[in-house]
Write a protein that binds this ligand. Structure first.
Ligand code: FFI
Ligand code: FAD
Length: 615
């Protein structure tokens, strides 16, 4: 759409006091990465077949999937070409990723998300060298997914009921779904797309259960795509979001796979049925750990999209004067609006930085694990659980705040904020539900609090527990260091309170697990435990208001620096040129309800009632 840029946005961009490009380079981790990202954006976004004539929302459930799958395979083909061609993608999970572009192409979810994001990465991380050589061929016929959750069990994966029983006479595993609750339910791409999958199942050898293991199973014929004998597979139906992801169900009726289809890098079953244990019990959970780490950066990106839309719109939208004799003001001038939006910009940066830090930590710990050193794994798991939980919860709350900050227009699908919300809130549940993950972190913290309470030596990272017990915490200081000290005090105080409740429940004769459950609200909720006073809070509040005023002239510059193209934002409210009302009218004209001047339902249903006595 051509046309002039909105005057208010032009003025906002003139006001900006910093170099927008420099911030973009920081976000991309360097100018080189920005250049590379833009090259890839241009390359992919210029493929005409990827763009729709009819907005996605007007398609039926089936049409949406078919449209998405057409695009998914164009993107897959391009990705393969990019990997071998002139434009090199070094690592799709680093900030120079191509993953973000898919938001624009699909306006929903790529049905191959799990194939690319989880299937291949799990094989790469958990299959033996020989298995990788066989399965990770660039021209492989396999389209796979990650099949773990069942109808009856998602959070408590030790409760998974699908079995893989070793038959030493044929050198095969028999995959079986013993009852309805054991049906796999949810995996992305399973419904119609995948012809293979990684299945999480309980391993049985000679009647002994060895717990959960991962198996590669072909489920459809590579040529005809028909389900193989013994496989019952389908799609689970419409959801709040993720409607192009063809999430599916799957049942096995004594389906046989070769023994060599168990992922055997960390654990093995030998030909005679000997079980070779892994070096750490939870290495099988590695893919979940990796995805939790990846998600933090993805959620930061979703926040940057929501902030871009809401800030640009708030600069364009004028409503109400501040003083009655003045013209109407940009809604961005209302301090309450700034409070809603600037937190979103800041949170995007926070989770981007933390996500990157976690990504690097994951790389480091994985390298250690390869060397046989598991020492850092528990801390990484505790951090990943906590950060995935709070980043997803914060992101969905803030995206919703941005949507509300756009008033009625934020409720339009054409603003793209409802879709961003539906995508973001799913992350609170998948890959480890919020509360369940926080309880994993609580478990880790309580373990170290027990050491502190028993005056046993603590690792350096937990020295502040001891400080708290010895009341070594400094008085509150209104400075970044003071705030960090304050957070340490809160964690220590919170952990102490939860630990004390736990001990009290145990003294009252409860068993540990029951006592833990009774303390679980305390174990997940935060409280104020620092030395902060009423005066400190007032000082912080006024400092905060000063900061909002300082940020105000740079607000549009800050979101421009996220450098998200209009084709990816997909928003009438958030486009770079700020031609909000023109775009809204143009989108409305695409509604099928505007195709006929008089809809045929008038003649069928309305007229017979409204004209009944007049005919
Ligand atoms: C343009 C191009 C575009 C192209 C596209 C390109 C794409 C490419 C880009 C890709 C981008 C990707 C974006 C992603 C999008 C995602 C989409 C949706 C994916 C959704 C997938 C899923 O949704 S998939 C299912 C996930 N489903 C869970 O997430 C279950 C949670 N449930 C548990 O995870 C366990 O149930 C739970 C609670 C740990 C208890 O497990 P449990 O009962 O066995 O263990 P216990 O609690 O008894 O704990 C016993 C001890 O194990 C310790 N421990 C436990 N876990 C540990 C671990 N992992 N590591 C170390 N230690 C661990 C613990 O700390 C204890 O330690 P200690 O004893 O020392 O205290
Ligand atoms: C969009 C989407 C995509 C998905 N994709 C995949 C996929 O590709 N592959 C796959 O295998 N799975 C997938 N899943 C499934 C997902 O991983 C699970 O839904 C998730 O792990 C939560 O498990 P659940 O549904 O069993 O929830 P439940 O565990 O039944 O949670 C329900 C409630 O019970 C509470 N609860 C449960 N256990 C405890 C506890 N111990 N202590 C306190 N509270 C507890 C929870 O906090 C929550 O409030 C997907 C899910 C969604 C929504």
């Amino acid at each position: 759409m051509g046309g002039r840029v909105n005057e208010d946005l032009i003025k906002e961009r003139r006001k900006c006091t910093f170099d927008i490009k420099e911030l973009t380079h920081i976000i991309d981790c360097g100018e080189e990465n920005t250049i590379k990202r833009k090259q890839i954006d241009n390359y992919i976004l210029n493929i005409k077949e990827l763009w729709d004539d009819v907005p996605e929302e007007y398609l039926s459930h089936k049409e949406r999937y078919e449209n998405a799958i057409k695009k998914a395979f164009i993107v897959l083909k391009v990705l393969r070409q990019l990997h071998t061609g002139n434009i090199q993608i070094t690592d799709h999970r680093t900030p120079t990723n191509v993953y973000s572009i898919q938001d624009g192409i699909f306006r929903n979810v790529n049905p191959l998300l799990i194939h690319i994001g989880l299937f291949w990465s799990t094989i790469a991380a958990q299959a033996s060298t020989e298995q990788q050589a066989e399965w990770l061929q660039p021209d492989s016929s396999m389209i796979g997914t990650y099949v773990q959750t069942e109808l009856g069990h998602g959070s408590f994966i030790r409760g998974i009921e699908t079995t893989a029983t070793y038959d030493s006479t044929t050198d095969e595993f028999i995959l079986h779904t013993p009852r309805l609750s054991a049906y796999k339910w949810w995996p992305g791409g399973l419904g119609n797309t995948a012809n293979a999958c990684l299945v999480m199942a309980q391993l049985y050898i000679n009647g002994t259960c060895h717990g959960l293991h991962i198996f590669l199973a072909q489920i459809r014929d590579f040529d005809t795509h028909k389900p193989l004998p013994g496989i019952k597979v389908g799609e689970i139906g419409p959801k709040m979001g993720f409607n192009t992801a063809d999430n599916g169900f799957l049942g096995f009726d004594n389906h046989r796979i070769p023994r060599t289809n168990m992922l055997m890098k960390n654990v093995q079953v030998l030909r005679d049925g000997t079980y070779v244990k892994p070096k750490h019990d939870k290495l099988t959970y590695g893919s979940m750990l990796l995805t939790r780490v990846t998600l933090i950066s993805d959620l930061a990106y979703q926040l940057s999209k929501a902030a871009t839309i809401a800030v640009r719109y708030s600069a364009v939208r004028r409503q109400s004067p501040i003083k009655s004799n003045e013209p109407e003001r940009q809604i961005l001038d209302f301090v309450s609006q700034q409070h809603k939006l600037f937190i979103t910009i800041a949170s995007s940066h926070v989770y981007r930085v933390v996500g990157l830090w976690m990504w690097n930590s994951h790389k480091r710990v994985t390298a250690d694990i390869h060397e046989g050193n598991m020492g850092q794994l528990p801390e990484l798991h505790a951090l990943a659980c906590c950060l995935k939980a709070i980043s997803s919860r914060d992101a969905s709350a803030l995206v919703e705040q941005c949507r509300l900050a756009c008033g009625g227009h934020g409720y339009m699908m054409a603003s793209n904020l409802p879709q961003i919300y539906a995508y973001t809130t799913a992350a609170v549940t998948y890959e480890g539900e919020y509360t369940v993950l926080l309880l994993q972190t609580a478990r880790y913290l309580v373990k170290f609090w027990r050491l502190a309470a028993e005056h046993k030596p603590l690792p350096q990272n937990f020295a502040y527990f001891e400080d708290y017990i010895k009341k070594n915490f400094e008085q509150w200081r209104n400075s970044p260091e003071g705030i960090i000290e304050g957070f340490k005090a809160i964690v220590a105080g919170k952990t102490k309170a939860a630990y004390d409740t736990l001990q009290c429940n145990l003294r009252n004769g409860r068993e540990f697990e029951e006592a833990w459950n009774m303390a679980s609200v305390q174990l997940t909720n935060a409280s104020e435990y620092s030395t902060i006073s009423r005066n400190d809070i007032e000082a912080l509040q006024s400092r905060y208001e000063e900061l909002l005023a300082l940020i105000r002239p740079n607000a549009v510059g800050l979101v421009d620096a996220f450098d998200i193209r209009d084709e990816v934002l997909c928003s009438t409210l958030g486009a770079y040129d700020g031609r909000v009302y023109e775009r809204m009218m143009e989108e409305a004209s695409k509604s099928p309800l505007n195709e006929d001047v008089v809809n045929e339902s008038f003649h069928k249903y309305i007229r017979p009632v409204t004209m009944k006595n007049k005919l």
